[in-house]
Design a protein around this ligand. Structure first.
Ligand SMILES: [Zn+2]
Length: 299
């Protein structure tokens, strides 16, 4: 026979136990929601190949409402948790638009070293017409070994001094002709069409990774990609040296970090563009882009 006092004691103990179970259950749910949110934000900031500025990796977000009931011996609590989950069934990045609005359009007749070639500025026809005359074979052993003759001395000096300081750099990709760019671009467009995009959408998305012919700086003969032309160059001795000294030779780090909206290209530690010492000094000193420099002076 259990005494009234003992029954009361057991009831209180049971209530305390139930309350404890409930607290633990709520903590577990909060933990699960936190993990889910972290996973979603990681997935959304990932870039598909580290090179293309894909604003979304194609996962579509949907909001799911999860209702969890916690039942204990003494009370029933219903907790409603709203969490965001990702559906990976449709892998389609958002198709961005490239409006000229908000982007500097260079007037005709720019100096050869300041010619702006990007998503909003095609290679000027006068530059295209005289391009071939200025190209010389550069370091023929490497891919696309041609550059504009007017940058050869500066490029030679920069590479020599960088390597004397232990940089270990070589020019890998320089001039690319219009036709080669067209082939590369078309290949990229096709890869998106194969993923289910319309031609129009594919052309826009592809241009984020491979520039349209006439919109790639590689068509100018004024740029050089170092080493393996990819992220493996970032943070190397060569990259750090070039970033610190390129302006002394008239070159700029063309696509700096944090300026993606201005250049239309993600950070590329390996891509340098010749603009001349005066412009390069100001651009590198002020941490601006060629677009911003040209706009500032109306070049
Ligand atoms: Zn490049």
């Amino acid at each position: 026979m259990i005494s009234k006092r003992e029954r009361e004691r057991r009831r209180r103990a049971s209530r305390r136990h139930a309350a404890k179970v409930e607290r633990h259950a709520i903590l577990l749910i909060l933990l699960a929601v936190t993990i889910a949110v972290i996973c979603v934000s990681c997935a959304l900031t990932r870039r598909d190949d580290g090179k293309s500025p894909v604003p979304s990796d194609g996962t579509t977000s949907s909001t799911t409402t999860t209702t969890t009931s916690i039942t204990s011996t003494t009370s029933t609590t219903t907790t409603t948790v709203t969490t965001t989950t990702t559906t990976t069934a449709t892998v389609r990045p958002t198709v961005p638009t490239s409006p000229v609005e908000g982007h500097y359009v260079q007037p005709a007749g720019a100096a050869w070293n300041l010619v702006l070639v990007n998503d909003w500025n095609n290679m000027p026809s006068d530059v295209l017409d005289t391009l071939e005359d200025n190209l010389v074979v550069y370091n023929a052993g490497v891919q696309n070994g041609k550059v504009d003759a007017r940058i050869v001395d500066a490029l030679d000096a920069m590479i020599r001094d960088c390597n004397a300081a232990g940089g270990g750099v070589w020019a890998q990709s320089c001039y690319r002709d219009y036709d080669t760019q067209e082939v590369l671009y078309e290949r990229e467009v096709q890869s998106f069409i194969n993923k289910g995009y319309s031609r129009e959408e594919a052309e826009i998305v592809a241009a984020q990774c491979v520039k349209r012919p006439g919109q790639s700086e590689h068509n100018t003969g004024l740029v050089v990609d170092f080493n393996y032309c990819n992220e493996s160059f970032t943070g190397t001795k060569g990259h750090r040296w070039l970033e610190a000294h390129c302006a002394e030779y008239g070159f700029i780090l063309r696509f700096p970090e944090g300026k993606e909206d201005v250049t239309g290209v993600v950070f590329e530690s390996w891509h340098y563009r010749y603009v001349g010492v005066e412009a390069a000094t100001e651009i590198m000193r002020d941490g601006i882009t060629l677009e911003e420099y040209c706009e500032k002076y109306g070049y």
